[in-house]
Design a protein around this ligand. Structure first.
Ligand code: C2O
Length: 586
């Protein structure tokens, strides 16, 4: 196992670990990169619900030259017709959110309080770095403070946007169809749902969400250094629900959780439903290795696919989102609740304090991927597309001020003022053992369906498909599952194996395991069915299989985990890996 970054320190609030013990982040991190495209068209304007917008740059200018709005009336940019980032929702137009249960629609009201005043948010200068601790390693003092902060959040007036349930509703509104996409000046388009999952918005949205949540908690206990704990489910020592969430008298407790997932149950990042703790741990480490290192052909494979104004939601989730992230939600959610509340459904997930601890680790995965995984192990790490960088969201900050934030302002956790306790990353080199495949594939050839006759393929049982490689002997290839129709009202989960040798679908710690698609029930459109796609890098898998270069086809095995149903795959193909793009200058 790798022992990189192991520092046996205990993070407490009173004694933050000192900087010098940690590896220095790359030097570019604290600078604002000049290559990030300028923000467009956010100058002073009045939008359809007459909420005045204030451009952040004008605020900066104004502050520098003696007046907050000193430069505000200088320019009104015409809207750039090619720029189509997802825009922050208009709160006044927030409608009912929908939870689907066996195709019965259940309406939920989770709209936030509205206000006329929106401020474009500027990340304050960082004077003291917050240290997010591993939830299994915190001190009793830390737990006491955290509990007190959540308790106070629950006691805030119901209509205070910082109230615990208002905070939980943020997730519901952004994820269950309460908001529609803004169409330029014309206001929201009722047919286009705003959805922050299953695309490149996933990491940025949740980062901002936790950022303000953390600041609100800090304010409530008068401790600006307060930092959320992360549930370290990627490390064997963190693979149970952190103890602080289990005390029934604590504000951190939530009774809507799966009884079978209480410690010592080991988290099942693959939802394979096995009980052997050792196999679960090895599966989990393999999954993390696959999501973080092995399975992504390009930056979108990790981050999620592009999602712009006008697009249908669910363009395609990134590896962590559609894998470990979703599985933890489902694993904790209570199977005895109608739709697996709380964590097992987007509309209710934020009602369990454990949600924010889970997502702190998801956020940590993004940081690790950006700054700690050697760049020769993964593809390019940056998205420079202005539609990504200029996408925006609304949140209430710790002072109950409604603020607009952009993706480009959340790309660097250090600039936002927090970092993570350094913990061993045992998955970093958790490469499965190589396998010999030749004979097995020949056997499989004879009993497998031919691709052109099986599509569209309904995934209600284990299926095997032969897929043509691009060019004989060419190793840099990507497996694409496209035109996937997914039923968003259900939990969906299936695993993908290539040239599987032993057909044991409960062991993921083998070369044949390629990746996962998993999704929680949510609402993404007027229909419950949406189209999506995923791409999985084959390069490293090929390296771990003997003789595969000589084959013209590979055998793809798809294993549904959710009692089947809900997924129809339009096509499976193998393409050449995309050339490295956006390579940052060394
Ligand atoms: Cu917004 Cu883990 O979900």
């Amino acid at each position: 196992m790798a022992t990189l970054n192991y520092f046996p320190c205990t993070a407490t609030l009173s004694h933050p670990p000192s900087r010098p013990t940690f590896p220095k982040p790359p030097s570019h991190r604290l600078q604002i990169s000049s290559s990030i495209p300028e923000k467009k068209n956010t100058d002073i304007e009045t939008n359809s619900n007459s909420q005045p917008k204030v451009d952040r740059r004008n605020m900066l200018l104004g502050l520098g030259s003696g007046g907050l709005y000193g430069a505000a009336n200088l320019v009104i940019n015409p809207r750039d017709s090619s720029a189509t980032p997802i825009q922050a929702p208009v709160l006044d137009s927030c409608g009912v959110a929908t939870n689907l249960n066996n195709n019965k629609e259940l309406d939920i009201n989770c709209c936030p309080p509205t206000t006329d005043r929106i401020v474009d948010y500027r990340v304050p200068p960082v004077f003291q770095m917050k240290m997010r601790p591993s939830a299994h390693r915190v001190s009793p003092e830390y737990i006491f403070k955290y509990n007190m902060a959540i308790d106070r959040m629950k006691r805030l007036p119901k209509d205070d946007p910082r109230n615990f349930f208002q905070q939980a509703n943020i997730h519901c509104a952004y994820c269950n169809g309460a908001y529609k996409q803004q169409e330029g000046q014309d206001g929201p388009d009722p047919s286009k749902f705003l959805q922050v999952h299953n695309s490149w918005l996933f990491f940025p949205f949740h980062r901002w969400y936790l950022y303000f949540y953390e600041r609100i908690l800090g304010k409530l206990i008068n401790d600006p250094t307060f930092a959320l704990p992360f549930w370290n489910w990627d490390n064997p020592k963190g693979m149970t629900i952190p103890p602080m969430f289990l005390d029934e008298r604590s504000a951190l407790y939530d009774k809507k959780r799966n009884k079978d997932s209480m410690p010592p149950a080991v988290v099942d990042l693959g939802l394979t439903d096995i009980k052997d703790p050792l196999q679960l741990v090895t599966n989990n480490l393999t999954i993390m290795y696959s999501e973080m290192i092995r399975g992504n052909a390009d930056v979108y494979g990790f981050m999620g696919k592009a999602y712009r104004q006008g697009d249908a939601p669910n363009q395609g989730p990134g590896s962590v989102e559609r894998g470990s992230h979703t599985c933890v939600h489902w694993w904790v959610g209570d199977p005895n609740q109608p739709t697996r509340e709380d964590l097992g459904n987007f509309y209710s997930a934020g009602r369990d304090p454990l949600f924010y601890c889970h997502h702190a680790n998801v956020d940590r995965m993004w940081t690790l991927w950006q700054y700690f995984i050697p760049s020769n192990k993964v593809p390019d790490k940056r998205i420079t597309d202005p539609d990504f960088l200029n996408a925006s969201f609304l949140f209430y900050d710790e002072n109950a001020q409604l603020v607009r934030v952009t993706v480009q302002d959340c790309l660097d956790n250090l600039r936002m003022g927090y970092e993570f306790e350094r913990i061993d990353l045992p998955w970093l080199d958790y490469r499965p053992p190589a396998q010999t495949v030749g004979a097995r594939v020949r056997r499989a050839n004879t009993k497998s369906a031919q691709p052109n006759t099986v599509f569209p393929l309904k995934l209600d049982q284990i299926v095997r498909v032969l897929v043509q490689k691009t060019k004989k002997g060419k190793a840099d290839e990507v497996l694409v599952l496209e035109d996937m129709e997914v039923d968003t009202s259900k939990l969906l989960k299936f695993d993908v194996f290539v040239n599987d040798e032993d057909d044991n679908v409960f062991e993921l710690d083998k070369a044949a395991y390629l990746g996962t698609y998993a999704q929680l029930p949510h609402k993404s459109g007027t229909n419950s069915t949406v189209k999506t796609s995923i791409s999985l890098k084959l390069t490293d898998l090929y390296k771990d299989m003997d003789n595969i270069d000589d084959d013209e086809t590979v055998l793809v095995t798809l294993v549904p985990r959710n009692q089947g149903g809900g997924v129809t795959i339009g096509n499976i193909k193998i393409i050449e890996a995309p050339p490295p793009a956006n390579k940052p200058a060394a």
